[in-house]
Design a protein around this ligand. Structure first.
Ligand code: SAM
Length: 257
């Protein structure tokens, strides 16, 4: 860790909304350090990161290739893309953190956790015992594990490739899955997995964007009407929405009786 990153490190309990809105939890210096870039070089690369990620994608979405794409092809590209998004749309991300703050407790799963914004914020909450960050991309896991250590949250926030890992709890009290479902080969099947891993009073925070973008800027999103219909059919038959007052697309669910 370089001196700048060290000097910007705060203790985990300070990872609140104000801090996120101020600097994304010291995101720029931590990412520059992790990628071995200078801060000006990182600033230069952030604006083009979404287009660069899209350019990596082969084009048509092939559900069978989705795992390999995120695990092997994307590399560190997603770190830059997600950093640009979280910093550029900080008020929106902050609302998802407000929602998480409202519901998160006990054992929290952050599935497809990306750069770790939600996992770190959850780990800073007193109501949360452990955060289980799951992401296919090894670069994302390395970065988030390093961020957790920097904030003194290494014991509370641990990183895994997938839900099959035996170290993970059998059931979670909170499932966070934000901006991930549209990246999966079969989002309905993922809901089924969440259903099996949610305790009786657990809450899942979910959102989705089954659309490739008005200019095709998200070629990696699924939009197959059959897959989307299966997803909604499963969601509406097995989960019950829990009202929350935040005007955002992310929804809270519990298991239907
Ligand atoms: C658009 S990002 C969202 C990241 C984060 N949840 C957020 O809101 O910023 C999608 C993430 O899902 C991860 N991902 C994609 N497929 C996955 C899978 N099958 N299992 C676990 N993670 C996956 C990607 O590596 C990526 O970090």
């Amino acid at each position: 860790m370089n001196a700048l990153v060290q000097s910007l490190a705060v203790v985990g309990s300070d990872l609140d909304l104000e801090r996120f809105l101020a600097d994304g939890f010291a995101l720029k210096p931590q990412l520059a350090d992790h990628l071995d870039l200078s801060l000006p070089e990182l600033e230069r690369r952030l604006p083009s990161s979404t287009a660069e990620l899209a350019a990596l994608h082969p084009g048509a979405f092939d559900p069978a290739q989705a795992t390999a794409f995120y695990e092997q092809e994307v590399g560190t590209g997603h770190l830059l893309d997600l950093a640009a998004w979280h910093l550029g749309s900080a008020p929106y991300i902050a609302d998802t953190l407000r929602l998480q703050q409202r519901f998160a407790r006990g054992q929290v799963l952050d599935f497809g956790g990306g750069i770790g914004t939600h996992a770190l914020a959850a780990a800073a909450l007193a109501e949360v015992e452990n955060v289980w960050f799951v992401d296919l991309n090894p670069h994302n896991r390395d970065f988030v594990a390093k961020r957790a250590e920097t904030f003194g949250l290494g014991a509370k926030l641990r990183c895994f490739r997938d839900l099959e890992d035996p170290a993970l709890p059998a059931q979670f009290d909170t499932v966070v899955c934000l901006d991930v479902l549209e990246h999966l080969g079969d989002p309905a099947a993922q809901l089924e997995v969440f259903e099996q891993r949610m305790g009786p009073t657990a809450i899942a925070l979910l959102n989705w964007y089954f659309f490739k973008g008005f200019s095709g800027e998200f070629p990696f999103h699924i939009d197959d009407p059959l897959l989307v219909e299966r997803f909604f059919s499963r969601l509406q038959s097995r989960f019950l929405e829990v009202f929350h007052p935040l005007l955002i697309t992310t929804r809270a669910y519990r298991l239907a009786a």
